[in-house]
Ligand binder design. Structure first.
Ligand SMILES: Cc1cc2nc3c(=O)[nH]c(=O)nc-3n(C[C@H](O)[C@H](O)[C@H](O)COP(=O)(O)OP(=O)(O)OC[C@H]3O[C@@H](n4cnc5c(N)ncnc54)[C@H](O)[C@@H]3O)c2cc1C
Length: 397
C-alpha cells in the first residue's frame, strides 16, 4: 500500500526497518528474558540518528514539520521486531515532548540537541502510587525556595527510569490548589536528592525498563520550570495529545509483527496433509487480522499527520481514538496470532506469545483505553451540546 510517505520519510522507515531486523530481532528474546536495558541497541539507534526524527532542525534534529508522524513511523518499525526495545526510543520522545511543547528557547537549546543526538535519553514522570487514571491526585511537591524548587515525592512506573538523563516531572508547586497548582519541571540525573527505586518485573515489554523515580529534598533551579507555574497539567495533556498516536504506532507495529509471523507459520505448519493456511477457518482469521491492522494504521497515520499540520488545534479526540483503537487491535491480533500457532504458540520456544504479552500495555499506559473512551465521548457530547442552540435557532429561522 502507498501510505503517501515522502522521500525523507521512506528513508527513515528503511533505516528503522534495518535496525529492527539486524539489531533488534536477534536480541529481542534475550532482553525479554533478562529484563536488561538494551543499551547496545539504543547506541545503534543514536549512531543512526533515529532520535533526530522528532526534534526540530534548529535544535539538531530532522523533524521537517512531521515530528509526530516520523516518531510514529520509527516506533512502528521498531515494534514489529520488539515492542519493548522500541520503547527506549518512544519513551525518550514522550519525555522530550514537554520541553518541545512548553519549553522556552533557552531550555530547548540546552536540552534538545543532546536528545536528538541520542546522547541523553528522556523520561516523563507523572504517575504515582495513588494517582494513575486520576492524575490530578498527584502528591509530589516542588516548593519554591529562593531561586530553586525543592522536590519531594515518588513517581511510579516510569519508562526509561534510571537509564534516562533528563526527567520531565509534573509536581505541585502550589499544593493547596490541587491540579491547578501543578507545574512541569526538568530534573537532570545526578541532581542531589534524585534517586531510583524498584525496577518492575513485568508481564511484557520486558526490554523496556520501568522504575520508581524518587525525589528527596531534590533542588532544581527555577530555570528548569517549563512554561508558567500552574500549567503542569496543560503541558501533560498537550504531551499526551502528541504522544498517543505513538502508542498507537507501537500497537500497530506489534500487531503487524505478530500477523507476519502468523502468516509464515500458517503456510509452513501441516495438518490433515495440508498447510493449515489452506483451511478456511484460519484463512478468514488471518484476513480479519490484516484488515484490523490496516484500519489501525490508517487511523494512526491520519492522526499523527493531523497533529503535525494543525499545531494550534488540540487533537485530543483523534489522539485518544488512535491509541485506543490500535491498542485494542493489537490485543485482538496478537491473541489470534497465538491461536494460529496452536499449542506451539503457547510455548516460550516460539516468539509469538511475547507479542501477546507486549501488546497488553498499549491498552493500559498513557491513559487506559477506558479513559480514552471517556475522553472521546466527553468531546463528542460536549460538541453536540455546543451545537444545540445554533441547531434550534436554525430550525426556528
Ligand atoms: C509498563 C508501564 C509503563 C508506564 N510508563 C509510565 C511513564 O513513563 N510515565 C508515567 O507517568 N506513567 C507511566 N505509566 C503509568 C500509566 O500511565 C498508568 O498505569 C495508567 O495511566 C493507569 O493508571 P493505573 O495503573 O493507576 O490504573 P487505575 O487508574 O488504578 O485504573 C484501574 C482500572 O480502573 C479503570 N478506571 C479508572 N478510572 C476510570 C474511569 N473514570 N472510568 C472508567 N474506568 C476507569 C482503568 O481503566 C483500569 O481498568 C506506566 C505504566 C506501566 C504499567
Amino acid at each position: 500500500m502507498d501510505y503517501g510517505l515522502n522521500e525523507h520519510q521512506r528513508m527513515i522507515v528503511d533505516l528503522a526497518k534495518k535496525i529492527a531486523e539486524n539489531d533488534i530481532r536477534p536480541v529481542a528474546a534475550h532482553y525479554d528474558q533478562t529484563g536488561e536495558f538494551p543499551w547496545p541497541v539504543v547506541q545503534k539507534m543514536a549512531d543512526s540518528d533515529l532520535f533526530c526524527v522528532f526534534i526540530d532542525e534548529e535544535y539538531g534534529g530532522l523533524a521537517n514539520g512531521s515530528r509526530t508522524f516520523q516518531m510514529s513511523l520509527v516506533t512502528e518499525e521498531l515494534s514489529k521486531a520488539c515492542g519493548g526495545i522500541a520503547l527506549a526510543f518512544a519513551g525518550s520522545a514522550l519525555g522530550a515532548l514537554p520541553i518541545i511543547l512548553s519549553g522556552n528557547e533557552e531550555q530547548k537549546r540546552r536540552w534538545l540537541p543532546d536528545v536528538a543526538a541520542g546522547k541523553r535519553l528522556c523520561a516523563f514522570a507523572l504517575t504515582e502510587a495513588d494517582a494513575g487514571s486520576d492524575a490530578g491526585g498527584i502528591r509530589t511537591t516542588a516548593i519554591r525556595d529562593g531561586d530553586h524548587y525543592v522536590l519531594n515525592g515518588t513517581k511510579q512506573w516510569i519508562t526509561n527510569g534510571g537509564e534516562a538523563e533528563i526527567y520531565t516531572v509534573i509536581a505541585l508547586t502550589k499544593p493547596e490548589k490541587g491540579a491547578r497548582g501543578a507545574s512541569a519541571l526538568v530534573v537532570e540525573k545526578g541532581t542531589p536528592g534524585l534517586s531510583f527505586g524498584k525496577k518492575e518485573d513485568k508481564m511484557g515489554i520486558r526490554g523496556s525498563v520501568t522504575r520508581e523515580v524518587v525525589f528527596q529534598d531534590c533542588r532544581v533551579p527555577v530555570e528548569n520550570l517549563l512554561g508558567r507555574e500552574g500549567t503542569g497539567f496543560i503541558t501533560a495533556m498537550k504531551t499526551f495529545d502528541a504522544s498517543r498516536p505513538g502508542v498507537g504506532a507501537q500497537a500497530v507495529g506489534i500487531a503487524q509483527g505478530a500477523l507476519d509471523l502468523a502468516v509464515d507459520y500458517a503456510t509452513e505448519r501441516r495438518q490433515f496433509g495440508s498447510p493449515v493456511s489452506s483451511f478456511q477457518g484460519l484463512r478468514f482469521m488471518l484476513a480479519d487480522m490484516a484488515m484490523k491492522v490496516e484500519a489501525a494504521r490508517a487511523l494512526c497515520y491520519a492522526t499523527a499527520r493531523h497533529v503535525d499540520s494543525n499545531p494550534m488545534v488540540r487533537p485530543t479526540m483523534y489522539s485518544a481514538m488512535s491509541k485506543c483503537f490500535a491498542g485494542d487491535v493489537a490485543m485482538q491480533v496478537t491473541t489470534d496470532a497465538v491461536q494460529v500457532f496452536g499449542g506451539y504458540g503457547y510455548m516460550r520456544d516460539y516468539p509469538i506469545e511475547k507479542y501477546m504479552r507486549d501488546a497488553k500495555i498499549t491498552q493500559i499506559y498513557e491513559g487506559t483505553n477506558q479513559i480514552q473512551r471517556e475522553e472521546i465521548s466527553k468531546i463528542l457530547v460536549s460538541e453536540h451540546i455546543a451545537r444545540q442552540p445554533k441547531m434550534v435557532a436554525a430550525a426556528a429561522g
